[in-house]
Design a protein around this ligand. Sequence first.
Ligand code: 3PG
Length: 382
Amino acid sequence: METFSCICDTYIEPGTRVLVRADCNVPLSGGTIDPEGISRLQALLPTLEYLRSAGARIIIISHLGSDGSASLKPVAEYMNTTMRIPVGFIPEVISDRVKTMIESLPFGGMLMLENIRSVNGEMSNDAEFAKQLAGYADIYVNEAFSASHRKHASIVGVPQYIPAYSGIHFEKELQYLTQLLEPEQPFVLVVGGAKFGTKLDLIQSFLPRCSNIIVGGALAHSFYKNRGQSIGVSLVDTTVDVSSFDTEKILVPDTVQILRNGTVGDVTLEQITETDNIIDISEKGNTHIWESLKSAKTILWNGPFGYYEGGYTAGTELLAKTITKTSAQTVIGGGDTVTVISGLKMEKQFDFVSMAGGAMLDFLLSGTLPGIEALEKKIDVK
Ligand code: 3PG
């Protein structure tokens, strides 16, 4: 295994062509960028600034959406107009026109290519495609920690062919998330959201390392069911069985906000009726949760509480305020959580805001990612 360097510790010859794998996968509504979801674009700026001031010629590649059908053009336009980052855009990935545009980039110039997933070879990690991408540049920078759990050509393929470095934000992700592998105790993990998947694995694997795991959102409903508690008509994943790891370390809200006959109210778990729909953690009760957070030295939070898409954000907001008032090292992650926190303008109150969702969970479970391993095996720079 080789170690890799951050691009910020590397001398860049003016004119060097640098292929930056970014994660510009930001929320779009009706083809327009949601200003509350641009944290990933902001996280890219230090690396772009560093490369521009060194006189590099910068080629930005990224995916947008899961299937490659969306165009990155609105992202490039948003960067130009709202963020005032002068980046050109070409709606192609592999073509002679792209080559010509790269060769004619001025020192410090930037060009964004079309959605990398619009090419079949990206997700299948096709070696030919990776070589073609690598052929555009002298060096490669991975500034997409949040996509580094994918064994895609732009993540694991390209670094096999040209000298490869990590980006400035990538390094921060690595530093903060590595600390969470051996956190200062008491360590409290807060998990919310409606998607089970990797989160259940996270809960199971983190149980021995945590003093408490606070579970909220629809995830909590599985624990209520396991504890014989009625959840009315609330959202629950019926395929999930939490009985083997439902211990007293797992704290769920004891007072919740419900919708009953179209009216919002606060009830204790015992007061939930068959037709109630749990929509959020309540601001009342829940002392066990607030006390656990107050005594923590490290807090990791992934996944909003409550049915925030429906506008029920009070619980998540209260949780955010409680966490930021503690003296603990605080880290949050997950696309939805970051969007909510950014909407509340609270990002700066956390020690670290990870841009990674699935990649963060995978890293915390395995201690590495395919994108990190690809950098570790990088071709040495002479
Ligand atoms: C994310 O949004 O978590 C990253 O951009 C990765 O996206 P993906 O899940 O579509 O690979």
